[in-house]
Write a protein that binds this ligand. Structure first.
Ligand SMILES: *Cc1c(COP(=O)(O)O)cnc(C)c1O
Length: 362
């Protein structure tokens, strides 16, 4: 079983990162751990363009996404929805017993800032959830335009999922006024799954302190208390924190701007190449993701067959469509450590496999 993942997470993890994980354990209350925790804060803050602390949550991103609702929603949350993950976030709010309103767009359509304004203006909201980059349909909303609207409503705490865009493009947390910024380890950071990063504003922390029922494991107040000591509330996934430190070194060597430019360039390379085959992008034009391309299967290929050939003959895997888009779209990731050379090799394999792939039965 050896193949390379070009699905939009988890993605391929480098040998260097894997080796970084294989270090002896340290106690999570030891001075060694405190030094490790504190050493990565400045780099994490730089990547998030924030002066707020960046907490390390031993969970996948959903832990932080659900936990954030429990910390800041006292009255009612507006869930902006345009794909599988954002749809789910609304469902999670309801499961948490929160009053929630669904602001729905079609999958692949961006969130409309004017629609956000109209709904928030009806009043009663004290929180909003937004997914910057809807991985399920490869649609990236205009974060700056939406945050400009959200800032008109000072009572609204913004919770923004940048799980699949974080570190691949600049997301200026403080400048945009994002209260809670969430990222995950297995997307653009190219780490194994199991660690989530979240940066929380003073405003959101103050809200949390007044919110009942926020539990323990994802309690912002607990995170902050421990953060001040250079620690996490409970025993964290130390191997992934080693891996994160190693990755932050890689990013420093490459340079953040170069990293962003590389993601943009490789994204464009994949898009242009697959367009030349006659495929179209699934999301609305101008709102395609920078870390993956979600293509419409407008040529009617048998995507299961395509992926089978890719995996067995070329040792790589792309995604054949998320949820209700299965068979109708395919997604190719350009997140993480990809280079011009690895993307070119993947595209050559894609071409060869596509030439052998039958059309799906209508
Ligand atoms: C992958 C992903 C998630 C879910 O992450 P988990 O690690 O499975 O919890 C949430 N939001 C977006 C945008 C994602 O791409």
């Amino acid at each position: 079983m050896s193949y390379k993942l070009f699905i939009p997470g988890p993605i391929a993890v480098s040998e260097k990162t894997l080796r970084a994980m294989a270090q002896p354990m340290i106690g999570h209350r030891s001075t060694d751990f405190v030094a490790l925790y504190q050493s990565i804060q400045p780099d994490l803050q730089a990547l998030m363009y924030t002066r707020d602390p960046v907490y390390l949550s031993t969970s996948s991103a959903w832990g932080s996404m659900e936990g954030s609702l429990r910390n800041v929603v006292r009255k009612k949350v507006l869930n902006c929805m345009n794909g599988a993950f954002s749809d789910k976030w609304y469902d999670v709010a309801l499961r948490d017993g929160k009053a929630a309103t669904a602001l729905k767009a079609e999958w692949g359509q961006p969130i409309d800032p004017e629609a956000v304004r109209r709904e928030l203006a009806t009043g009663g909201y004290d929180a909003l959830t937004l997914i910057h980059n809807e991985t399920s349909c490869g649609c990236m909303s205009d974060l700056a335009a939406i945050m400009k609207v959200v800032r008109e409503f000072p009572e609204v705490i913004s919770i923004v999922d940048t799980v699949s865009s974080f570190s691949a493009m600049p997301i200026q947390k403080d400048e945009l006024g994002i209260d809670v910024l969430i990222a995950g380890s297995q997307k653009a950071l190219a780490l194994p799954p199991g660690l989530s990063l979240l940066s929380v504003s003073k405003r959101a922390l103050d809200r949390a302190a007044q919110t009942e029922g926020r539990g323990y494991y994802f309690d912002f107040v607990e995170f902050q208390k421990n953060h001040e000591q250079g620690m996490t509330p409970s025993t964290p996934v130390i191997p992934l924190i080693y891996a994160l430190k190693s990755k932050l070194e890689d990013i420093r060597v490459e340079g953040i701007d170069n990293r962003h430019a590389r993601h943009a360039r490789l994204n464009r390379t994949v898009r242009d190449h697959v367009f030349a085959k006659g495929f179209k992008l699934f999301p609305r034009e101008g709102y395609g993701s920078v870390t993956l391309n979600c293509f419409a299967n407008n040529l009617g290929y048998d995507l299961a067959a395509l992926n089978k050939i890719l995996k067995s003959k070329h040792g790589l895997v792309i995604d054949g469509g998320y949820g209700k888009l299965k068979g109708k779209t395919f997604r190719i990731s350009n997140m993480g450590d990809e280079t011009d050379a690895t993307i070119a090799a993947m595209l050559a394999s894609f071409d060869a496999a596509l030439a052998e792939t039958p059309k799906a039965a209508a």
